[in-house]
Write a protein that binds this ligand. Structure first.
Ligand code: NAD
Ligand code: TYD
Length: 342
């Protein structure tokens, strides 16, 4: 298969590209990424000399470029990872989320429709369903009820993708996954941020009471589900992806402290994220039953491996935390940490 992967220099996209190249050596992967702060060619170093991996630096909103790539490489499927992906940044400024997540997805859909014969897999998130109470889990039929600018933009993109399926007959599949963790994740997200702070003995900023629940999945299990949906999913269907691994944030942070040899005194309860979703949980029965998918990674083992990966890749982490990251960290945490409670 000839694939166009967008956002393939980011955390999950790069894991997917590496996986596809390992799994199906005959497949061509054209990797289109504009390289925002979150895109990093170092994530693709092992593919540097791979003739079946073609990297193109471009914006998904450049429709003519996308169309040219689809035609020029006889692309059979697009897997759209490209996005602004961080909730806190969407609270600081929502416009880039509208531009890339909605406008960018629309541009890809239009390009796919114009060429024809292309499967479109939209990589989406459990956050489009909103927030849960103490019980229950999101199903594919749960109404969309996004509550952050990030999730609003992802829900809008999902709606456009399905609209193109129903209106224009485009072959669309959507996967919606819970929170990912693993190697190469940009350290603005909970797990890598806490790991890297713990290595340096810096305070760990837990939002509010830390009892918000996320349903964690290893990035390789997510990529496996995407690949199965891509190759075996039914057109017009949504597949939830989650590993049934719900944890309160503070428990995850404590596990990281234990793995890095610290006690809980580094934890700082900082002012909460505005509109903070309380709990996510995924019902992934459909993916299990219809795609034959099973998560392989146990959380305790996966987290320990992830801590070890960040320990062994200090140079990578040092480079991504330079300059612009420091400005972001100061904006997001400077005032919060000053007002923190232990
Ligand atoms: P990331 O921020 O690590 O990577 C995003 C990538 O997209 C970067 O390489 C960036 O350069 C690229 N990009 C951004 N804007 C672009 C544009 N306009 N044109 C081309 N490239 C652009 O994100 P991630 O965590 O790897 O998430 C990937 C996808 O998976 C996103 O669509 C996200 O919504 C979805 N998702 C993420 C999670 C999670 O836990 N991280 C969970 C479920 C779904
Ligand atoms: P995050 O990794 O930003 O993912 P999302 O908001 O998409 O779920 O955050 C995961 C959880 O951790 C979320 O409930 C917010 C919380 N969190 C903190 O408590 N402190 C932090 O510094 C960060 C980044 C997140």
């Amino acid at each position: 298969m000839n694939l166009l992967v967008t956002g393939g220099a980011g955390f999950i996209g790069s894991a997917f590209v590496r996986m596809v190249r390992r799994r199906r050596p005959a497949d061509l992967v054209v990797n289109l990424d504009v390289l925002t702060y979150a895109g990093n060619l170092e994530n693709l170093r092992e593919l540097e000399h791979d003739p079946k991996h073609v990297f193109v630096r471009a914006d998904i909103r450049e429709r003519a470029t996308v169309e040219q790539l689809i035609r020029g490489h006889r692309i059979e499927a697009i897997v759209n990872f490209a996005a602004e992906s961080h909730v806190d940044r969407s609270i600081q400024s929502a416009a880039p989320f509208l531009d890339t997540n909605v406008g960018g997805t629309l541009s890809l859909l239009e390009a796919a429709q114009a060429v024809g014969g292309v499967r479109f897999l939209q990589v989406s998130t459990d956050e489009v369903y909103g927030s849960l109470g103490a019980t229950g889990a999101f199903e594919e039929t749960t109404p969309l009820a996004p509550r952050s600018p990030y999730s609003a933009s992802k829900a809008a993109a999902d709606c456009f993708a399905m609209a193109f399926h129903h209106t224009h007959g485009l072959d669309v599949v959507i996967t919606r996954c819970s929170n990912n963790y693993g190697p190469y994740q940009f350290p603005e997200k909970l797990i890598p941020l806490m790991i890297l702070n713990a290595f340096e003995g810096l305070p760990l900023p837990v939002y509010g009471d830390g009892l918000q629940v996320r349903d964690w999945i290893h990035v390789d299990d997510h990529c496996d589900a995407i690949d199965r949906a891509l190759t075996g999913g039914k057109s017009g269907e949504v597949y939830n992806v989650g590993a049934e691994n719900e944890r309160p944030n503070v428990d995850v942070v404590k596990a990281i402290l234990a793995l890095t040899g610290h006690d809980d005194s580094l934890i700082r309860h900082v002012p909460d994220r505005p509109g903070h979703d309380r709990r996510y949980a995924m019902d992934a029965r459909k993916a299990r039953e219809q795609l034959g998918w099973r998560p392989q990674r146990d959380f305790a083992q996966g987290l320990a491996e992830t801590v070890a990966w960040y320990r062994g890749n200090g140079a990578w982490a040092g480079r991504v935390r330079s300059g612009a990251y420091r400005d972001y960290y100061e904006r997001q945490y400077g005032d919060r940490l000053a007002r923190a409670a232990r």
